[in-house]
Ligand binder design. Structure first.
Ligand SMILES: Cc1ncc(COP(=O)(O)O)c(C=O)c1O
Length: 433
């Protein structure tokens, strides 16, 4: 192994990269990881599920047995569509949200992230438009941009996507001669907003999609993590033309990288071809491991264990926000999932505030990461999935203090002091860029 790290600043291939790499962005969340993982910092930034309550010993023993008895099958290449046994079990998972389907309409993917990639790959040419909620999942935006699609955000409210805004946006784009390929939505406990579309809203959105001939892609990794009431029926359960993305990352464990796409038959065929060219077949060992877990463990009970844990953490975050946040800040009240979306008092820029947050030993994700069009400057995503309730309380108190300090600075200087303002300051000084 060479002990010299090659420096990418002198990249001799810089003129050779494909155009599509220009849309690839460093994930804001990943960039934050290095600091956020320091023990003195309370990280309300990452979206890692807390899987320490899984019955690890019994999972280890049944997986050990699986390898001993079926190793030559579970460690072999498999089908491009994914293992039938797992696809049949996925039907039981989706039935909990009202979806009825056939195992042949499912393609297994390496997490729902790969589902997003394959769907974009088969539908989008450069310049095609993808409609997305406002705000939307940073990982999806990254995928869309890497295929050189244009992301147009559609306004929403506390009930998610606004159907009238969807209709108006669709008509405007069509009048401009743009090609809309699909609408991407996270109807349950959205990442990052925590907002859920009620049943009536889902129907209205589907009606607009039908009228405007827009394909709908429903991404639902959090649907079974409902913390207050039963899950709302999935959009796919209301309309068979919806492309549905599912995942075991939040209801079991993300490390297996197993998700799936449920799609109308013709689309499913294209997805399998795309999957074969991407990976030959989705990870076989992981699929059998997940299937083994579903067969040998009470996975529905495990979801209730996760829900009790996340509920305690969500409640801790909401209580603390209510007690400590200054006037002028608002935030969503998620009924499930992992995230709260904060709107800061007028004039505060969340990106500029981040270094001061880290200084005060709290990490969060500035809202701009969740927009493809420069929005989100006044927003922050807070996550309650990973730290304990006590750490969450401490983190929110620190977060509220940071905002209060920003307000104080604004009241003294009249503007929010961002690194951009500091850079523009005349005279010599440290290079703050
Ligand atoms: C909305 C959403 N979609 C997709 C994913 C990707 O999940 P995975 O690839 O682990 O299934 C995530 C992960 O956080 C997510 O929040």
């Amino acid at each position: 192994m060479s002990d010299q790290r090659h420096d990418t600043r002198f990249d001799r291939f810089v003129d050779s990269y494909a155009e599509r790499t220009k849309g690839m962005r460093v994930s804001a969340v990943r960039a934050l990881f290095a600091v956020a993982n320091r023990p003195e910092i309370v990280s309300l930034a990452g979206g890692m599920p807390n899987i320490k309550d899984l019955p690890l010993e019994s999972i280890a023993s049944s997986m050990g047995q699986m390898v001993a008895e079926n190793g030559t099958q579970v460690m072999q290449y498999g089908s491009g569509q994914g293992e039938l046994q797992l696809r049949e079990q996925i039907l039981d998972v989706m039935a909990l949200e009202g979806i009825q389907a056939h195992p042949d309409d499912i393609v297994i993917t390496a997490g729902s992230q790969q589902g997003l990639d394959l769907v974009t790959r088969i539908f989008c040419d450069p310049g095609d438009v993808i409609l997305a909620e406002s705000p939307s999942y940073v990982g999806a935006l990254g995928t869309f941009l890497s295929y050189q699609a244009e992301v147009v955000h559609v306004a929403g409210d506390d009930d998610g996507l606004d159907p009238e805004a969807l209709r108006e946006t669709s008509r405007r784009l069509k009048a401009e001669g743009k090609r809309i390929k699909f609408l991407y939505t996270i109807p349950n406990y959205s990442n990052p907003s925590g907002v859920t579309q009620p049943l009536e809203r889902r129907r209205q959105v589907l009606e607009v999609c039908e009228a405007e001939q827009i394909l709908l892609v429903e991404d639902n990794p959090y649907g079974l993590l409902s913390l207050d009431a039963d899950p709302v029926p999935a959009m796919r359960s209301l309309d068979q033309n919806v492309i549905y993305l599912g995942s075991f990352s939040k209801t079991f464990a993300p490390g297996f990288r197993v998700g799936w796409v449920l799609a109308p038959h013709a689309v499913r065929e294209k997805l399998v071809l795309a999957q074969e060219s991407a990976t030959l077949c989705p990870p076989v060992f992981s699929q059998f491991a997940v299937s083994n877990y579903l067969s040998n463990h009470d996975w529905k009970h495990q979801i209730t264990v996760f829900k009790d844990m996340y509920r305690e953490r969500r409640d801790a975050m909401l209580e603390e926000l209510a007690e400590h946040m200054p006037d002028g800040a608002t935030w969503t009240k998620p009924a499930g999932g992992f995230f709260v979306w904060v709107t800061l008092p007028e004039g505060i820029d969340s990106q500029a505030m981040l270094p001061r947050g880290v200084d005060a030993r709290v990490a969060f994700v500035p809202g701009a990461a969740f927009y493809a069009d420069g929005g989100g400057a006044r927003n922050v995503r807070l996550s309650y999935c990973f730290p304990t309730a006590d750490r969450i309380r401490l983190g929110v108190q620190r977060f509220a203090d940071v905002i209060r300090n920003e307000l104080e600075v604004m009241s003294i200087f009249g503007v929010h002091v961002s690194p951009t303002h500091l850079r523009r300051a005349p005279g010599p000084g440290p290079n703050l860029s």
